[in-house]
Design a protein around this ligand. Structure first.
Ligand code: NDP
Length: 255
């Protein structure tokens, strides 16, 4: 059974693979012997992850890109196909949540900014990756959503809308691409996880206590607890899993 979780010979792209959840996923894939491409804006962090991947004996590379820019997305995919001739695994992990603001104060610019990175870019990446995967009759796409795509988190209207739409997009692509192309498309919906994204919020004891009140595990997730599910979904072990949403939230949504 252990071998079906191996990713040997697979080429994976992890957006936002330079830190946080994406970094943990990139390292977990490398540990499973995948070739890993990480893509984001901050160069030093990208270089650090690639060094770690190579230190561990795997093949890794980075492509600097800003997912707000459509041309960067096209260039990213073209770069991977040119270098490796294929793309087996896409993890749409890059995401932003720059504001925690009452809905009546959310501007059109704020809305567009969040939707651009959290929804439009993942769609364009799925579309372009899908074309490559169709040519090879194989693909694994994993979209990092959030419990905020399932329940309403106050003061995060655009973020929650983007993640709910990401989950729905996951299901449509799963339905379209399953039989003919053997492309699976799944989502992971993490609960609150300790990363830069949540660092500010976690400095407040009051906020932490209120979030943990509805968390049966009474703690936040570590990035490795999210990465394990991504490795599963990328592997042969998940060949019949598509259109699914795996919540990793310590039981929060079950409560
Ligand atoms: P971080 O803030 O630590 O990382 C976000 C990542 O997204 C970074 O790698 C960042 O790289 C990348 N990114 C942001 N903007 C862009 C852009 N314009 N172009 C390319 N890459 C970009 O967050 P997390 O690791 O916590 O979050 C990862 C994913 O998990 C997100 O989609 C988030 O919504 C989701 N999630 C997180 C939860 C949590 O509690 N932490 C809970 C539920 C879901 P760079 O800045 O270098 O571009």
């Amino acid at each position: 059974m252990t071998d079906i979780f191996n990713l040997r010979g697979k080429v994976a792209l992890v957006t936002g693979g330079n830190r946080g959840i994406g970094r943990a996923i990139a390292l977990a894939f490398a540990e499973a012997d995948a070739t890993v491409v990480v893509a984001a804006r901050k160069l030093e962090q990208l270089k650090e992850v690639v060094s770690r991947i190579r230190e561990n004996g795997a093949e890794g590379t980075y492509i600097q890109c800003d997912l707000r820019n459509d041309d960067d997305i096209i260039a990213l995919m073209a770069g991977i196909e040119e270098k490796y001739g294929k793309l087996d695994i896409l993890v749409n992990n890059s995401g932003i949540s720059p504001w925690v603001t009452r809905s009546e104060e959310v501007t059109k610019e704020m809305w567009h900014d969040i939707l651009q990175v959290n929804l439009l870019a993942p769609f364009l990446l799925c579309r372009e990756a899908g074309k490559i995967m169709m040519r090879h009759n194989f693909g694994r796409i994993i979209n990092i959503a959030s419990i905020g795509g399932i329940v309403g988190l106050p003061r995060q209207v655009a973020y929650c809308a983007s993640k709910a739409a990401l989950i729905q997009m996951t299901k449509v692509l799963a339905v379209e691409w399953a039989e003919k192309y053997d492309i699976t498309v799944n989502a992971i919906a993490p609960g609150y996880t300790v990363t830069d994204l949540t660092a500010g919020m976690m400095e407040s004891e009051k906020i932490c206590n209120s979030l943990l009140q509805r968390n049966p595990s009474n703690r936040f997730a570590s990035v490795d607890e999210i990465a394990g599910a991504a490795r599963y979904l990328a592997s042969e072990g998940a060949s019949y899993t598509t259109g699914s949403v795996i919540t990793i939230d310590g039981g929060t949504l079950a409560y």
